[in-house]
Design a protein. Structure first.
Length: 228
């Protein structure tokens, strides 16, 4: 059974809770749709745990800010956190992040961080049947931090949501299980206060943590994915 995680964003308590829940449900394979790093304070610990679990990572935009050295240009806050993460990541974790795949294609299944048009940085916030590229009937995409799945006839679109920074109004860690052609969406309670305590201990500004208990972005915004 395959668990599909996304947008872990250096939140170790959330990642531990999701891995435990997925294993208890019988998952023995794990794919991450990217963004292991960014936002929260435990990038090294998350990389180590993912390596131990044999997780395959797809490159997310935050991962690429680290591995390419081209930092985020649209947010100074994001760029500052990436600079902090560079000081926390071991050479081993950096090398592992650098080996992330741009996407995974297996037959008619496509997995990306963003979307089919830009695997790294497309936000799929509205979906219809045209979202599927030629030959693809199952599309997994992360990046928006909104848990969502919808069938268009034979075709299936799924965003497993975010492990470490949900933005859909539900603060619980999100992931999906893909088994026998069926997707199921899961939410797991985790110790949010533990994540916030590590952020404070490591000198992160309090505003960086304020979306976590709300299941919102740092600025308080809650997002959705719409079916057109
Ligand atoms: Zn993300």
């Amino acid at each position: 059974m395959l668990a599909i995680l996304s947008d872990i964003h250096a939140n170790l308590a959330a990642l531990e809770a999701v891995l435990a829940d997925a294993r208890a449900r019988g998952c023995d394979r794990f794919i991450c749709l990217g963004d292991v790093v960014g936002y929260n304070a435990e990038p090294e610990e998350c990389c180590q745990l993912l390596m131990e679990a044999g997780v395959t990572n797809i490159l997310g935009n935050h991962d690429s800010y680290i591995t390419t050295g081209e930092n985020c240009t649209r947010s100074k806050v994001v760029a500052g956190i990436i600079d902090d993460h560079r000081t926390r990541l071991s050479p081993e974790s950096l090398a592992w992040l650098s080996r992330s795949s741009p996407l995974i294609r297996d037959g008619d299944v496509l997995m990306v961080h963003g979307g089919p048009e830009d695997p790294l940085d497309q936000y799929v916030r509205e979906v219809d049947a045209t979202v599927f590229p030629e030959g693809i009937t199952v599309l997994f995409a992360g990046h928006t931090h909104v848990q969502f799945s919808h069938r268009f006839g034979e075709k299936l679109f799924c965003n497993p949501g975010s492990v470490g920074q949900p933005r859909d109004g539900d603060p619980r860690a999100a992931y999906a299980i893909w088994h026998d052609g069926q997707v199921t969406l899961h939410r797991v309670e985790y110790d949010i206060e533990r994540t916030i305590a590590v952020m404070m201990e490591r000198g992160y500004a309090p505003f960086l943590a304020r979306g976590l208990p709300q299941g919102a972005q740092i600025n308080g915004r809650v997002d959705t994915i719409l079916v057109r």
